[in-house]
Each structure stands twice: as C-alpha cells, then as structure tokens.
Design a protein around this ligand. Structure first.
Ligand code: SF4
Length: 519
C-alpha cells in the first residue's frame, strides 16, 4: 500500500465502524471529515456482542428531570457515544461546507431573522390572512388552544369520516400534543411514515432529534427492534435489508390507511398555502394516498409572502444536513378532487412564549437541528437524555416554557460556548437565553439544594477579598500535596471526567504584589 493511502486507512480506523462503512472516501481523503479531535480521541475496541442501547431520562410525573443522570448512562456506552458524536459532528461539518459556498449566507440569516421577527410581532394579522385565503382555497381551518384540543379536533374529523387508521409524517408538534398516545386510547391506528420516526414508534421511544429521530441508535439496535416487531433476522443489521423489510411491512398499511396527516415547515399567509419539506417523500404519501389530509401546524410557522419562502428554503436544509435542498419541498394549496383538507392551527403555549420578553425570539426556530449538531453536551449525551419533546440547546429554552419545575435543571446542560447561536439560521441568541433561564430558575428557587449551597458559599467567599485570596492560596497548596484519591472521589462529581490543571506556585495576586508593588 502506498503512503498516500495511509491517512485514509488511519481515518477509517478512527471513525466509528458504522460511519466508516457509510463514508464517502473522497470526503475522508480530503481530511476535512475527520478534523474533530475530540470525536476521534477515544478509539473503541471492536466487540463481538452488540452494545445494548442506553435509554433516555427517567420520567416520574412532575419530578425534575435529571439530564446528567441519563447522560452518564449514554456516556457509559462507548459505541453509542462515539457514533452519535461523530455522526452529528459530520452534519455540522457538512453544514459549514455548503454555508461557505454561499457568499450572502450572513445576509440570508439576517433576512430570515427579520422576516420572522416582523411576522411574530404581527402574528394575529398574518394568521387571519392565512385563514381567509386558505378557506378560499377550500381548506377547512381549525384552531386549537392546546394539545388536548388539537387531539380532540383531529379525532372528531376522523370520526366524521369513519376513519380508523391514519398515516402521518414526522411532526414535533404532534409529539408536544401526545398525539399517538391519545389516538391509541381512542382506538385509532397511527402509522409513522418517516423511517427514523417509524423505528422510534416501533421501539416505543420518542424522537431524539428534530431532523434525524433515531440518530442515537446503532444499526444493531434497529436490527433488534425490527426483529421483535417485524420478525426480521436479529443478527442481520445490513441497512438495505432493514430498510427493505420496513418498506415491505409498512407500505400495505399506507395504501390501506383512511386518513393522512402532515405537519408543515412554512405557512404562507398571502396564498393560504403550506409547505412540507422531507427527504423521503413520505409526507407526500401521507398527504396524497388517502383522500382525507389533516395538517397540524404550530402558529409560529407562518411567513407573510411566497417570496419569503426562498430565504428559508435556502437556509433550512443547508443548516440541517449540509445539503442544498430537501429532496421534496411540497406545496399544498387545497384538497384534491374528491378529497378533503383540514388545517389545525395550534397554539399550545406559543402565545404565552410570545409574551416572554427574554424568550419570545425562540419562536423564530425553524427546527433545523443545527444547534443540536454543534452542541458538545447534546452530541455526547443523546437527545433522549433531556426527557422532553425538544432536546439540545433550543430544547433548553422551549421545554421550561411548558413546565418550569420539571425542566428546571435543563438550562444547566450547556457549556454556554455560543456555538449554537453562531450556527442558528434565524439568529436566535440561544446561549444568552439559556443563561437567562438559569437566572429565572434561581429567582424561582428551582435550583437543587447542592447547587444552591455551593452558589451561596461562592458568593460569601467572593464578597470577602482577603478570605478569597487565603482560600485560593490554600487550595493551590492542597492541590499540589494531597493524594489523588482525596481530590477525585465519589463526592467530586466534577472530577469524574476531568483533571484539575496543575496549580501555579503562586497566585497572580501574590506575583503582582511581589513584582509590581501593592495592587
Ligand atoms: S434554534 Fe436555530 S439552530 Fe436550533 S433548531 Fe431552531 S433554527 Fe435550527
């Protein structure tokens, strides 16, 4: 083998086997796909037994979700952690490459942000305009205050048509509404048509990412799920075999379904139309195979005019997957001949969020997932560790608006490095809003006792300069002389994954006093 192949081979060895097998060699050759030092710093030993999939956060009623507990379990599964980290970092890198090919990228971001802010501050007008135009197009328009009302409206529509089965494309809004559980409780069969979402449905799990719902699963996990639910060979994790088996099992259900449901990525007020972006064409099946099409849409999805769509379509897929365009960008204008189309416009906390001075711009989100792909905490802990509908940086802002106590620990699952803000195509100041939530949690006494006591002690120390200097000097001496086990033990959660840097021989304050006189 010539020397020119060595980097490719080395690169292949460093990647998780699933990614190495699926990788485009030309991308590996140019070296850019692998410049994620952290992701490649822990080579994993190949194992003959498949690693069991770590499950998500423990959810107990209204109890505070511990993201760190679930994250620890994810990190303890090295194959999953490595694959997840690398797969998402790969998406982030692809996003960077396509973004650099568009000189006006920053202008597009500013424009998208301005369009969204304008629309959100005139939301009532644009929603009314959409409703009027959609009705003119022959669409039935419904309004739902919350998830429960949304579910009842959809159920009533299905009852009116005697529908017992529904095929649907991926929709985070329906996850918010607990839609599948509700439908199961009233005896309506729901079949997800997006492959990742179908995998999650068969595994009885929520999506872990807004764009790639089963990204936390290894192929061997999918093989296990399909073996249990579809009767495939548990030992065969070939992607073509698994995808084909799923297609064979699901396609007849799609063809027989009584109704179809989609979400919408964008709703255009001036035309009374909506747009759904997918890469599998599954939304088109959901919308076009049955005669009844129901679209569940969050009220923040609206944009004023069709010309604005071009701005968002250019940003969405590039930010999400690093591809110039989603494979299918389908426009829906009204029911087809002999069919019926319903749109359910859902609030479910959005109006309340719009009134939150520090958090209302989170409604600009177009659910591209770029902030998740770049977040070091998300990449290493998996989306299900957040125990909420939305995970990653945007989830840390949205989830507490649904339940402040239950999600009070989430805003602390961030390094506040600002990378999420930098990649956001609609310029949401994500890391600043996360920091603002921390303040809100402290003001509402939602901090765990241990954090509260530590903050109190730190506050007392920082308020007394002499005491602070004495403490720092003693800590430096202690760090240099104490045995390792005294510093790194079960009580020191911080030290579980980190080493304290070597303490300097003297503090900066002491150095300054010795060299420059009294400060
Ligand atoms: S907050 Fe921004 S980066 Fe994150 S999903 Fe929403 S639009 Fe994408």
């Amino acid at each position: 083998m010539s020397d020119t192949h060595a980097p490719v081979q080395a690169a292949g060895r460093m990647l998780h086997p699933e990614l190495a097998a699926a990788s485009d060699e030309s991308e590996v050759k140019n070296g850019r796909r692998l410049d994620h030092a952290e992701g490649t710093s822990h080579p994993i030993r190949p194992s003959s037994a498949p690693e069991p999939q770590p499950r998500g956060a423990r959810i107990r009623g209204n109890h505070r979700i511990s993201q760190s507990e679930a994250a620890n379990r994810f990190i303890a599964a090295p194959q999953h952690e490595k694959m997840h980290d690398e797969r998402l970092w790969d998406l982030r890198q692809k996003r960077d490459r396509v973004m650099h090919r568009i000189p006006e990228w920053e202008e597009l971001r500013s424009l998208a942000s301005a369009i969204k802010e304008h629309t959100l501050t005139h939301l009532d007008e644009y929603l009314d305009r959409f409703e009027a135009n959609a009705r003119t197009n022959g669409i039935h328009v419904h309004w739902a205050r919350d998830g429960a009302e949304h579910n009842r409206i959809v159920h009533d529509i299905l009852l009116d048509h005697g529908a017992a089965s529904l095929i649907k494309s991926k929709s985070m809004l329906t996850e918010e509404c607990g839609f599948r559980d509700y439908m199961a409780s009233v005896g309506i069969k729901v079949i997800e048509t997006d492959l990742g979402e179908r995998i999650q449905q068969l595994d009885n799990e929520d999506p872990s990412h807004v764009v790639v719902p089963a990204v936390h699963k290894l192929r061997t996990d999918v093989a296990q799920v399909f073996a249990k639910t579809l009767g495939t060979d548990a030992g065969n994790s070939n992607v073509h075999y698994l995808a084909e088996a799923q297609r064979e099992a699901t396609r007849p259900l799609i063809l027989e379904a009584d109704a179809g449901m989609t979400g919408a990525n964008f709703v255009v007020a001036e035309t009374g139309t909506f747009v759904v972006c997918t890469n599998e064409g599954n939304a088109d099946l959901s919308a076009n195979v049955p005669k009844l099409h129901i679209a569940s849409i969050g009220i923040e999805k609206i944009i004023p005019r069709l010309e604005h769509l071009a701005v968002f379509v250019r940003l969405l897929s590039r930010s999400a997957l690093g591809s110039p365009m989603t494979q299918y960008t389908s426009h829906f204008r009204g029911p087809r001949a002999g069919g019926e189309m319903h749109v359910v416009l859902v609030d479910n906390g959005r109006s309340k969020r719009l009134g939150m001075e520090e958090f209302w711009t989170s409604l600009k989100c177009i659910r591209c997932g770029a902030c998740m792909n770049t977040c070091p905490v998300y990449r290493r802990s998996g989306g299900l560790s957040y125990g909420a509908t939305y995970s990653g940086p945007i989830g840390l802002i949205i989830d507490p608006t649904f339940n402040r106590h239950k999600y009070s620990a989430l805003p602390f699952s961030s390094t506040l490095n600002g990378s999420c803000t930098n990649v956001c195509p609609v310029k949401i100041n994500i890391h600043e809003q996360i920091a603002a939530w921390r303040k809100v949690m402290a003001e509402h006494h939602e901090l765990p006792l241990i954090k509260k006591s530590a903050m109190k002690a730190a506050g007392a120390l920082l308020a007394r300069p002499t005491l602070y200097r004495a403490a720092i000097a003693s800590a430096d001496v202690a760090l240099n002389v104490l045995p390792h086990f005294v510093i790194y033990n079960r009580l020191n959660a911080w030290g579980k994954h980190r080493e304290v840097p070597h303490a300097p021989r003297q503090t900066f304050h002491a150095w300054y006093r010795n060299n420059r006189g009294t400060p």
